[in-house]
Design a protein around this ligand. Structure first.
Ligand SMILES: NC(=O)c1ccc[n+]([C@@H]2O[C@H](COP(=O)([O-])OP(=O)(O)OC[C@H]3O[C@@H](n4cnc5c(N)ncnc54)[C@H](OP(=O)(O)O)[C@@H]3O)[C@@H](O)[C@H]2O)c1
Length: 231
């Protein structure tokens, strides 16, 4: 693998830490976000993604490793359901990821090489309280990445899925609820970069959260809501 990485969503949190970790290991890192970086991009906007991808090609050449970290989270229960907030989650997380795939994958497929990394969440594994906007967008990302990976069987293009548990970042600093097994962005970045270099299909962490959420998938639909009964 060529050691050149485009990190989309690299100005703060896990993306900034992954960019630093890759750089410390000798990778050439191109950083992007809406507010700062080598190339500005808004993944919630078709034109912005197309423009950034073509600027990338002009400046840096081929896509070797592209990692889409950018994401949006806002707690929302069905009692306070807001369709605009639901759409915002999907437009950034789900369609935003698809915009990046549309801009980058055809080039990787044409040269039969390259790695595309999508960052979802363990929140996509099951429906959770307060996650009626975020959860479905993260579940959609998991399914989307899995689907395109099956299309690429036999190709040398690698699709990797990252599913973090709780990580301390500006995104989670607003949360007032308990976040079990929370880790630092630096710890998350080390695990992600190790997984990228080992070409793992699924990078899920930290281990106690990974085990919990894998097991959670086995809980029957009829029992699942009862686990959240208060009092
Ligand atoms: N933190 C966690 O506990 C956790 C757990 C599971 C999954 N995740 C996922 O991990 C990813 C990173 O989360 P984080 O906690 O590191 O969040 P963060 O600190 O808020 O960082 C998000 C990054 O994405 C950029 N960004 C946001 N919206 C964008 C857009 N529309 N277009 C381009 N860039 C955009 C932000 O910069 P600008 O604002 O300048 O654009 C920033 O660089 C997200 O996909 C999140 O869902 C996080």
């Amino acid at each position: 693998m060529n050691r050149k990485a485009w990190i989309i969503g690299a100005s703060s949190g896990i993306g900034a830490a992954v960019a630093d970790e890759l750089q410390s290991k000798g990778w050439q890192v191109i950083r992007s976000s809406r507010s700062k970086g080598d190339l500005l991009i808004d993944i919630a906007d078709d034109h912005s993604v197309e423009k950034a991808a073509s600027e990338y090609q002009e400046k840096y050449g081929e896509f070797d490793l592209v990692l889409v970290m950018a994401g949006f989270w806002q707690r929302m229960s069905v009692q306070k359901f807001d369709l605009d907030v639901f759409k915002q989650h999907n437009n950034t997380n789900m369609v935003g990821l698809a915009r990046c795939v549309a801009a980058v994958l055809p080039k990787m497929i044409a040269k039969n090489s390259g790695t595309f990394v999508g960052v979802s969440s363990v929140a996509g594994f099951r429906g959770m309280p307060g996650s009626s906007g975020y959860g479905p967008s993260k579940a959609g990302q998991l399914n989307f990445l899995e689907s395109i990976r099956t299309d690429l069987v036999g190709s040398k293009v690698l699709i990797q899925t990252v599913s973090p548990g709780f990580v301390k970042t500006p995104m989670t600093d607003v949360n007032e609820f308990k976040m079990p097994f929370i880790i630092s962005a630096e710890q998350a970045a080390k695990t992600i970069v190790k997984g990228i270099e080992k070409r793992k299909i699924e990078i899920i962490f930290p281990l106690p959260m990974a085990i919990t959420m894998k097991l959670a998938r086995l809980v029957p639909l009829s029992i699942w809501p009862k686990l959240f009964k208060k009092g």
